[in-house]
Design a protein around this ligand. Sequence first.
Ligand SMILES: CC(C)(COP(=O)(O)OP(=O)(O)OC[C@H]1O[C@@H](n2cnc3c(N)ncnc32)[C@H](O)[C@@H]1OP(=O)(O)O)[C@@H](O)C(=O)NCCC(=O)NCCS
Length: 327
Amino acid sequence: MKYAKIIGTGSYLPERIMTNADWEKIVETSDEWIFSRTGIKERHVAAENQTTSDMIVEASKKAIEDANIDKDDIDLIIVGTITPDNAYPSTANWVQKKLGIKPIPSFDIGAACSGFLYGLTVANSMIKSGVAKTVLVAGAETMTKALNWKDRNTCVLFGDGAGVAILTATENKNEGILSTYWGADGNLGNLLMQPAGGSAMPASKETVEKNLHTVHMSGNEVFKHAVLRMQEAAMKSLELAGFSGEDVDLFIPHQANLRIINATIKRAKIPLEKTFINIENTANISAGTIPIALDQARKQSRIKKGDIVLLAAFGAGFTWGGITIKF
Ligand SMILES: CC(C)(COP(=O)(O)OP(=O)(O)OC[C@H]1O[C@@H](n2cnc3c(N)ncnc32)[C@H](O)[C@@H]1OP(=O)(O)O)[C@@H](O)C(=O)NCCC(=O)NCCS
């Protein structure tokens, strides 16, 4: 029987930093409003010519080095993103080309903020079933290229970046991914979406003029569902692994809003000091959030061998997921 474990991580955040004060010059907002409502102070912004795959390549190089493998050991690439380089081919295919990896299966997952956890869940199944042995899973976004920079309700909430994890097969059932829990509810899809650019509303002069190629969100409604689903994802994943909140050494939640994180840890009984929070400096990077946080946590020595790490996310779709890992 095969199991999947993470053997390397890497992340990349673009050089340019935009603070709340920078947004004050563009829309009617304030550092006080943004920080008190969300916990965000600043975010990274991709350069004009920088694509989602460019950032994944930077993160991948670090993850491959960290995993101490040859890039040709990788036999599957999965990318979680809602801001792909193009509608097609997949961003995963551009990553394969740019890394110079042999022709292996590569595909994207469009599960928004849950994209990386969906990717880990698929990679786990592929490894367990023997279809793949070593998988590169990325979560990455250039959200700032998909925002309406005039809409204060959404533009201040997001940032850019990429994170990567390399998974490989192990025979040891007491390490690696212990449980996965995921779900989706398409009935609520219209509460957070990019309306134009697909078959429902192909690109036209009008869709561009009306800013329909950008994030449209009913913030308040999304907030309520996010709190409930994040709690569910975290607690169900722990339950499936035979644990409770007290067993968690580090919780890495999706970082959409500090108030959502606080509500989740209260319910799941996970102490704040065992929760990894970077929203202040990154904002919400959608699928990029958790793999970047995971890499930062490892680099800051907040994860030791044997630790139980819980990941939980919620995003557009709606989608959600929870994963419990033993490092
Ligand atoms: C978006 C969010 C931060 C808004 O916070 P909130 O406390 O719910 O605020 P509201 O939406 O009730 O808006 C309150 C007021 O602030 C205003 N406001 C919104 N954005 C603002 C900004 N950037 N600066 C100043 N004021 C702002 C609104 O216009 C509204 O004004 P009004 O009362 O005069 O109409 C919050 O709802 C949220 O985090 N939602 C979920 C986000 C999420 O999880 N997203 C994706 C899942 S991955």
